[in-house]
Design a protein around this ligand. Structure first.
Ligand SMILES: C[S@@+](CC[C@H](N)C(=O)[O-])C[C@H]1O[C@@H](n2cnc3c(N)ncnc32)[C@H](O)[C@@H]1O
Length: 224
């Protein structure tokens, strides 16, 4: 687990999560969540027998929407304030889980049909490699992995870590926070290198920002 992810978790645990939850109350981004919910449903073909785990659920909006629609979903996070928020909004299955440290099989007694990792730009290349291995192990045969990455193409100012991660530490313009956060940026080629021996691409598109290319969004299928 990188120092950057440790910094992020420390930041969320010492007030950052409360700020995040507060922003969410002011600007609930309903349209974005509906778009993601529809995307997830389409990818799993509205099959309610599928077992879903979300990694790093934050405030839990997606997990709550899936649960309300009748899906079997577990929300997770490692930050207590986020876990409390997930419980507060009524998610039935909430687990404390650090996907870079905890052993998946100690926390979950089943393999998932779908794992979602949404909007977690605080992972460097080594953290991402670990995440891909963990998801591969956690999925059932032919299981799906939905993940998004910030696109390095729209961040020419990014710096480079020795392990090949493009990154910076910053405060988002639209979300004033007290501390700078680590953001990592990936090219399509970086993503292909991460997934190529483990997953094939089921769906890929870009979205977000004026030019609809701030994020890479992928549904990956486990190669058995
Ligand atoms: C930017 S928030 C996004 C939350 C939510 N998925 C969303 O889209 O609003 C990133 C989330 O990932 C969680 N996270 C970061 N690193 C983690 C780790 N190693 N294990 C578990 N959760 C982690 C954070 O606590 C936070 O809730």
């Amino acid at each position: 687990m990188s120092e950057h992810n440790i910094n992020t978790i420390n930041m969320y645990s010492s007030g950052g999560a409360q700020e995040y939850i507060g922003h969410n109350e002011i600007d609930p981004e309903i349209e974005k969540w509906e778009r993601l919910f529809n995307y997830v449903e389409n990818q799993i073909k509205r099959d309610k027998t599928k077992r879903i785990i979300e990694f790093g659920s934050g405030c839990g909006q997606l997990a709550f929407m899936l649960q309300s629609a009748g899906y079997d979903v577990v929300a997770t996070d490692i930050v207590d304030d986020f876990l409390k928020e997930q419980n507060r909004i009524g998610i039935n299955k909430v687990k404390k889980y650090n996907f870079l440290i905890d052993n998946y099989d100690d926390i979950f007694d089943f393999k998932a049909d779908l794992i979602v990792s949404w909007r977690n730009p605080h992972l460097d290349m080594d953290d991402m490699k670990k995440l891909f291995d963990v998801v591969y192990n956690g999925l059932s045969d032919n299981g799906l992995f939905i993940i998004n990455f910030q696109n390095s193409e729209v961040h020419p100012e990014a710096e480079l870590l020795p392990n090949g991660t493009k990154y910076n530490y910053k405060i988002l313009e639209d979300k004033q926070t007290n501390e700078k956060r680590f953001y990592a940026y990936f090219s399509k080629e970086d993503i292909d290198n991460l997934r190529k021996d483990l997953f094939e691409i089921e769906e890929y598109h870009n979205e977000g920002g004026k030019e609809q290319k701030n994020w890479h969004v992928l549904t990956l299928r486990k190669i058995n």
